[in-house]
Write a protein that binds this ligand. Structure first.
Ligand code: RIB
Length: 305
């Protein structure tokens, strides 16, 4: 049976160039290619959860422009409920300017556009949709006040609440931690939240301990090729990453979050859900782009390490 995942978050059109390396300040570099690709952390996580087996609804805002229509169509094509994706008159759709280098690293600048209109009032009007969720996911590409509102409401409704604190933020409001079941930062986000330099399993363990002390239920620090570190109040466990040849890491974290949530909503154990999300993320880095890189349930099931 499909479990329902509701995502409150961003939709961006990604404007992606490939270049030999990332440009330095003041430098003009010749790029090798340019494509527009549906993205945005919220929408990417929605696509991941849907392709990986969940019934998904998206809550978000786009502009009343061509990009907004294209992003909505991309989600509808995945069978995602988009009734709560609103086009804001006179606003532009969120965009992400992305450069990917020959080492498959990226640099991203985002412009919020419609994402800035996802207000607590918008979410209040959709309370019935939140009530249908088994898992609720937020990221930090919509206003912080709305994220806090969703986390609190999710806790009140007794849902499984996931926060992917991306892009990196120096601090989260202290009261948020008690509303979060799973906090899922990557290395740089865990570093920003804790002030500890997170670049290894041991340092991720220390950062997770600090976040647990702040009051969060469970922490999963994603570490790219070094795997993921899961921690709760009782113990911590390292999950090594499947080995793959990376092409583009854009949306790898989103794929992990969406896959983990889909597996949890389906009733898998935490360990199974983490491994499932890791395989999905590993497959995503072998392909270019955000949403186009996200694998299907069958691809994850048939993955041979
Ligand atoms: O996590 C990847 C995403 O970050 C991209 O799709 C881009 O839109 C930015 O939001």
């Amino acid at each position: 049976m499909q479990g329902k995942v509701v995502i409150v978050g961003s939709l961006n059109m990604d404007l992606v160039t490939r270049a030999p390396r990332l440009p330095r300040a003041g430098e003009t570099l010749a790029g090798e290619s340019f494509v527009t690709v549906p993205g945005g952390k919220g929408a990417n996580q929605a696509v991941a959860a849907a392709r990986l087996g969940a019934s998904v609804a998206m809550i978000g805002c786009v502009g009343d422009d061509a990009y907004g229509e294209q992003l909505r169509s991309a989600l509808l094509a995945e069978g995602i409920d988009c009734q709560a994706v609103t086009a804001i008159p006179g606003e532009s759709t969120g965009v992400a300017l992305i450069v990917v280098d020959d080492n498959s690293q990226n640099a991203i600048v985002i412009v919020a556009g419609g994402n800035g209109h996802v207000s607590p009032e918008v979410v209040n009007d959709l309370d019935a949709l939140l009530g249908q969720a088994e898992v609720i996911i937020c990221q930090l590409e919509i206003p912080m006040v709305t994220v806090g509102h969703v986390l609190k409401r999710g806790r009140e409704l007794g849902k499984t609440v996931i926060l992917n604190p991306a892009p990196a933020s120096d601090a989260l409001p202290a009261e948020w931690y008690a509303w979060i079941d799973y906090l899922i930062p990557n290395e740089s986000e865990a570093t920003a939240l804790t002030g500890l330099a997170v670049d290894s399993v041991a340092s991720a363990d220390a950062a997770a301990a600090a976040l647990l002390r702040a009051g969060v239920g469970k922490v999963i620090v994603t570490l790219g090729a070094q795997g993921a570190l899961f921690a709760n109040q009782a113990s911590s466990q390292h999950f090594p990453a499947p080995k793959v040849k990376p092409v583009d890491t854009t949306a790898a974290g989103d794929t992990f979050v969406g896959g983990f949530a889909a597996a949890l909503a389906e009733g898998k154990s935490e360990s199974e859900a983490i491994r499932f999300g890791q395989i999905a993320a590993a497959l995503s880095v072998t392909r270019s782009g955000a949403q186009p890189s996200i694998p299907t349930f069958n691809e994850v099931q048939s993955f041979q390490p």
